[in-house]
Structures are given as C-alpha cells and as structure tokens.
Design a protein around this ligand. Structure first.
Ligand SMILES: Cc1cc2nc3c(=O)[nH]c(=O)nc-3n(C[C@H](O)[C@H](O)[C@H](O)COP(=O)(O)O)c2cc1C
Length: 327
C-alpha cells in the first residue's frame, strides 16, 4: 500500500518531535514560515490516552492529551508519536491517530526519560526485542492503513546497530529514524552519523524498502544535505535547530537576515497561538521559546530577562515594544 513516505521527494527534511517544544502552536508557526517535509507531534503516552478517554471517560474537549494530538491541515503530512510498553495500549493509540486523521503513527523507542523508561517504554524497548516487535505489530493493527514508523537510537549502552536495526527492519516498517547516539550518551556526545550509513547498508542488504532517516546535531538544511549525502540516508530530522528559528526549513530565508522586529512579531504570533490552542499548558513553556528568539543581538540579555517574567502574550508584547521593536 502506498503511503505518503513514498511520495516525498528525497532528501526528506523533517521536524523532530520535541516534548513541550513542537506543540500545536509552534508547529502551526513552523508550517507557515518554513514547512518541513514531515512534522511530528510531541510524544504522547498511549497509556495516558486510554486511561483518560476510556477508563475515566474524560471528554476530549477537557483532555490535555487530546490538545497534544490536535493539528492543523497546514501541518500535513503529520505523524503522531506514542510511547508505551503495552501492545494493547499501542493498538488503541494508533487507532485514535487513525480516527483523528493523522498521516502516520510513530513509536518512540529512544526516549531516555526516567519516567518513560521506568514503565519499560522509550529507550528501554531496545533491551527487549520481543516486546518491541509486539508493539510494532500492535501499532500496525491499530493504525489500519496508516504507515507505522519507529524513532530510536543506535543502541542502549553501546553501539548495537548491527543487532537492533535488523529487528526493526524485519517488521516492514515504513520508516526508521535513527538518533545517532546511544541511550547512555543522552545528547552529551556528538552524534555519529556513520551509524546512519550503517543502517542504510543493513536496509539495502535486507532488501526492504524502509525509509532511513538520520537524526542528531544537524545545524541547518545545508548541514542536513551534507550528512544525507555522506550517509545515503533518505533524509534528516532536525530538532534543536528549530529553537527560535521557525524559518529553519525555509530554503529562501536565512534567519540571520530576518530583522529582529519581524522575529519578535512572529514570536508573539506563536505566543498567541499557544494561549489559544493550549489553554491547559503553563505559560512557562512559552518563556523557553522567548529565550531562543531573543538571542544574538546587543541588549538581548536584558530583553530575555524581562521576557522571563511575563505571564501572557500581552505582557510579552509590552516588553518587546518597550525595548523599541515595532512592526
Ligand atoms: C526538549 C526536547 C524534547 C524532546 N522530546 C522528544 C519526543 O517527544 N519524542 C522523541 O522521539 N524525541 C524527543 N526528543 C529528541 C529529539 O527528537 C531529537 O532526537 C534530539 O533532540 C536530537 O536531534 P537534534 O540534535 O537535531 O536536536 C526531544 C529532544 C528535546 C531537546
């Protein structure tokens, strides 16, 4: 069955899922100012989704997890990412993604978060190949015709690409995104993209059509292109490069050329969308973005400090205008 993955022009440049960063508000802004080829939701607890919706009957309109799964048509193709160690939960969540009209379902098998790993989910799945397999199969059952992908790392405590990747590739996944570091390394050492090249070779040797995407330390689109060329991956996923730079995926705009007044106008548009779309989230989440937007110019430190004290987009606008920025 053809999925959106096959239709994408190579190299595929994608936005990484980042909890409390690539939420519905920021994704809407990114889709407008520099659209990646594929967007991902933040990770979502499959267990949490089942417990809130099925067990406790929380109406969707009052469920913060459903806020996290809301998206706008401008973000397509968009993939919903879930984590769990329970195949039944994954099947349920994948079914919800399908009902909500997502373009794909991704399984998180790389997250080092202690609360995620304590449940046996995220990166912990690299240590239990049998369960990882079951979870993939459950996701496929729930997802119906939606393509299923996995985002993972090169290993748990050491490089395990040669043994771990074949487990995933044998499941006929639509795509695998490889964050080129081990779980143990967190994000503390440089990503080793030679392992992305190794994953491509394994894929080719197995004769499967799974799309291989590299991730880790990509600075911008030019850097992504160079890494894709060297590794022969089908594409790259960029995460932290998007901080304060919704133009990151725009081939016609360099953020350095965007006047700060324009950057702050967009920052406030982002903040207003945040208030509108995510009313149950703390405004502190938005302040982390302010830090990233307000950097690299004379007087940035003072402006950042003032923005850190704001509690609303209106307050943030006052601060920016008081600093002399107008649009
Ligand atoms: C704040 C933050 C939140 C993240 N949340 C997720 C997540 O929800 N799901 C996931 O698979 N990876 C998550 N990641 C990992 C990123 O998707 C990506 O793999 C990692 O940042 C390396 O890519 P980069 O060097 O381009 O940032 C997160 C990373 C950061 C910095």
């Amino acid at each position: 069955m053809e999925s959106f993955w096959e239709k994408l022009v190579r190299p595929i440049m994608m936005l990484a899922p980042m909890a409390d960063v690539t939420d519905a508000a920021f994704r809407r802004v990114i889709a407008q100012y520099g659209k990646p080829d594929v967007l991902w939701t933040e990770f979502c607890s499959a267990d949490g989704l089942w417990h809130t919706r099925v067990k406790h009957g929380v109406p969707d309109a009052e469920n913060a997890l459903m806020d996290d799964l809301a998206f706008h048509v401008s973000e397509r193709p968009i993939v919903a990412q879930f984590f769990t160690a329970d195949p039944a939960m994954m099947e349920y969540a994948a079914g919800v993604a399908s009902e909500l009209g997502f373009d794909g379902v991704d399984i998180n098998m790389g997250c080092p978060d202690r609360t995620v790993e304590a449940r046996g989910a995220g990166a912990a799945l690299m240590k239990d190949h049998g369960l990882a397999r079951e979870i993939i199969r459950a996701a496929k059952r729930g997802a119906g015709r939606l393509p299923v992908s996995v985002k993972t790392r090169i290993g748990y405590a050491r490089d395990e690409v040669a043994t771990w990747l074949p487990v995933l590739l044998a499941e006929d996944l639509a795509a695998v995104t490889l964050h080129a570091r081990t779980r143990k390394e967190m994000s503390l050492v440089p990503a080793r993209w030679e392992h992305v090249a190794e994953a491509v070779r394994l894929r080719d040797a197995m004769g499967v059509s799974t799309v291989i995407l590299g991730n880790g330390d990509v600075r911008d689109l030019a850097d992504a292109q160079a890494r894709v060329d060297a590794s022969h991956a089908d594409g790259a996923m960029l995460g932290r490069a998007i901080f304060g730079n919704p133009w990151c995926f725009n081939r016609d705009v360099r953020v350095e050329d965007v006047p700060f007044a324009e950057r702050f106008r967009v920052m406030l548009e982002h903040a207003r969308l945040f208030e509108q779309l995510l009313p149950r989230k703390r405004f502190a989440v938005m302040r982390r973005h302010f830090k990233a937007y307000a950097s690299n110019f004379h007087g940035a430190a003072e402006l950042r400090a003032a923005l850190m004290k704001t509690e609303s987009s209106d307050e943030a606008e006052e601060v920016v205008r008081a600093a002399g920025f107008h649009w």
